[in-house]
Design a protein around this ligand. Sequence first.
Ligand SMILES: N[C@@H](CCC(=O)N[C@@H](CS)C(=O)NCC(=O)O)C(=O)O
Ligand SMILES: [Fe+2]
Length: 357
Amino acid sequence: MLVFRQLFDATSSTYTYLLGDAASGEAVLIDPVFEHVRRDAALLRELGLTLSASLDTHVHADHVTGAWLLKQRCGSRIMLAEASGVANADQLLKHGDQVRFGHRHLEVRATPGHTASCLTYVLDDQSMAFTGDSLLIRGCGRTDFQQGSPAQLYRSVQQQILALPESCLLYPAHDYRGLTVTSVAEERRFNPRLGGEIAVGDFAGYMKNLRLAHPKLLDVAVPANQRCGQPENEAGLGAEPNWAHLRYSFAGVWEIDPHGLEEHVGDIQILDVREPDEFTGPLGHINGAVLIPLGDLGERAGELAKDKPIVAVCRAGSRSAQATTILQQAGFTEIANLTGGMLRWRAEGHPVEGGSG
Ligand SMILES: N[C@@H](CCC(=O)N[C@@H](CS)C(=O)NCC(=O)O)C(=O)O
Ligand SMILES: [Fe+2]
């Protein structure tokens, strides 16, 4: 079975795509974004997938790729076009290559024109293609920098993308209006720049008069992407919490599991955010836990020490996840959520104060 997820970066309107082969657990990410590497790694872990490679469709001008950082975290190989001339890539791709993940693969098609080294990745059964900025939904990438060429882009789109089966779904690298997917049939009919009877001369005229401002991040993104997203100064990357073994969840919360909490129980403030009758009820509570019900936490957060990490606890782990957000807003930095709450704490046999059974 194919695992497929479409992920979004709201800052640059970039889509990142996760493709996995459930049978083997191998996955690839197309166009990961540097700031979302933690999110993407958490999702891969939650889905039980191993990242074998990250693939960029091109040298992006508007965001920094997550390729290098993913390699540090997941050991994934960095792949993009040979024609990109970048440093730090592990495999340079050419038209006709295949990128395997488990029993599935993506076919590499060269689709230059937005940049000189743009690639489109086509799924093995031609049911989906990842077009980067070569074809956007009812649009296409600009051609006014990074060796862009309207004539080349026209040819690429007609011969490599719109020549795919009509039912093939097309997933772009960006959409600025909130659309998520299109198809070959739709773009052949409705793309105002490249569909219908539009000829290369019409297209070139359109593209020469787009009058777009340069991307805000151009001067930062292009040099960073020429190193596949390796920062010039790597010192800031150590900002991961190290007071316990924590995991960053896809929901954006640092999580600790019962075993990790018990290991550190003496050095941590345990904050129970249930109601008083639950605290003294059948599930009991963790020895030494301070009770502040979630509804009172905003006002009473000052009762907690700032110099000791806090783990928030509730019945099943959802109210306590919200508690971590409230604590963050109140200026606390070392905070985590007990995964699965008291239910999991007890199920795994950790000691309980009060309670029954
Ligand atoms: N305002 C955006 C501009 C983004 C932009 O220029 N995007 C490129 C892709 S890297 C493009 O081709 N856009 C086509 C369009 O906006 O029609 C930014 O500052 O990042
Ligand atoms: Fe682009």
